[in-house]
Design a protein around this ligand. Structure first.
Ligand SMILES: Nc1ncnc2c1ncn2[C@@H]1O[C@H](COP(=O)(O)OP(=O)(O)OP(=O)(O)O)[C@@H](O)[C@H]1O
Length: 333
């Protein structure tokens, strides 16, 4: 394994990527670095990747690897410099339409916990324009239009969020751990819907799953529950990607097959690979922190005063131009 003390971008594979980015890729990122503020350790470091249109790419990385930060930057929710393109367009300067981001912070917003009926809530974000898709999703996610948003459980609120976010057709879907609290039946049906959607419309999905809550290798754990969902897996470590997205299932000559063969746990190949990567990352991170004498900052979205530029309405998922405080309050447009 590469020494953490060397401080090189982790496993970045420049030889396989053009410097200017792949214009035909759904997502093309080059040398992306991002810090929450100057005093902080960088959350993303020289990250470069191309994601093919129509792929469903699973981000695998330990806590703090940068998965959420990357997904938010791709959604234009965090302003940063660098080459970040979706369908050949800069996500900050010339943002393309059709990007949908769904993250866990949505459920914290007081607006989506207000006394409002689900039918009215969905109509307020354009549900009436997409009735057929909305009804399909209501059925898959088992959401009742008469529920009131202040009287439902967290899991039910998550399902309403998914109906809201998915009913408008997307070309790039960015999912940050939003399927983890769904029960197994709903998650399976949703995954099948997403597979069909991505195939029919050549739409791309980049998603992060909370592997860490499901490290026990049982057939019910989240990664196993993904069945054949990913077409690619991408390993993130300490804010950098380890190579480009790897086709999944692995091709016969992939060296990653050896990692899976060496695993002696009872689990699916995908979970075996994810666990091996995460264990390797743990060792790497310890070495890295020792070499850097890194002070760990508390991660607290609600107390830091940093502002970020967002084109994305917290509540509706619809693009807007606005500046938002990280405590969730609008500052202005
Ligand atoms: N609001 C913040 N202020 C300062 N640093 C932050 C903030 N949010 C995240 N970070 C730091 O950025 C890095 C990447 O965080 P990120 O949330 O993207 O990781 P992640 O892979 O999504 O982790 P997890 O699996 O725990 O959700 C971490 O080192 C984290 O401590």
């Amino acid at each position: 394994m590469e020494s953490a003390g060397e401080m090189t971008p982790v496993g970045k594979n420049d030889t396989m990527m053009s410097v200017e980015g792949d214009k035909n890729a759904a997502i093309s990122v080059r040398d992306l670095s991002f810090s929450f503020n100057q005093a902080d350790e960088t959350a993303l470091k020289n990250l470069s990747m191309d994601v093919e249109a129509g792929s469903r790419c699973l981000l695998v990385g330990a806590n703090g690897a940068g998965k959420s930060t990357l997904l938010r930057i791709l959604a234009g929710k965090r302003l940063t410099k660098g080459h970040v393109q979706v369908h050949g367009r800069d996500v900050f300067q010339n943002p393309p339409s059709g990007i949908t981001y769904l993250g866990t912070e949505w459920a914290m917003n007081p607006v989506v916990r207000g006394d409002i009926r689900v039918s009215e809530f969905l109509d307020s974000v354009g549900g009436f324009r997409h009735k057929e898709r909305r009804n399909t999703l209501l059925n898959i996610l088992d959401v009742n239009l008469d529920w009131r948003m202040h009287m439902i459980s967290d899991g039910e609120r998550r399902r309403v969020q998914l109906v809201m976010g998915l009913m408008v057709p997307w070309t790039l879907l960015l999912l940050d751990e939003v399927t983890v609290d769904l029960d197994v039946v709903v998650r399976t049906d949703l995954i099948n819907f997403l597979i069909e959607e991505s195939k029919e419309r050549n739409a791309t999905i980049l998603f992060s799953n909370d592997l860490d809550r499901h490290t026990k290798p049982t057939k019910h754990s989240t990664v196993d529950g993904l069945f054949n969902f990913p077409t690619h897996v991408l390993h993130l470590r300490l804010g950098s990607n380890v190579g480009n997205p790897e086709p999944w299932p692995l091709v016969a000559h992939s060296p990653l097959n050896d990692i899976i063969k060496q695993s002696n746990i009872e689990a699916s190949p995908l979970l075996k690979l994810a666990l091996a990567w995460l264990r390797e990352d743990l060792v790497y991170r310890r070495e890295y922190e020792k070499s850097m004498d890194k002070r760990r900052g508390a991660r607290d979205e609600t107390t830091d005063s940093e502002t970020f530029y967002s084109r994305f309405d917290y509540v509706s998922g619809v693009s807007h131009d606005c500046v938002m405080l990280t405590n969730g309050q609008w500052k202005g447009r």
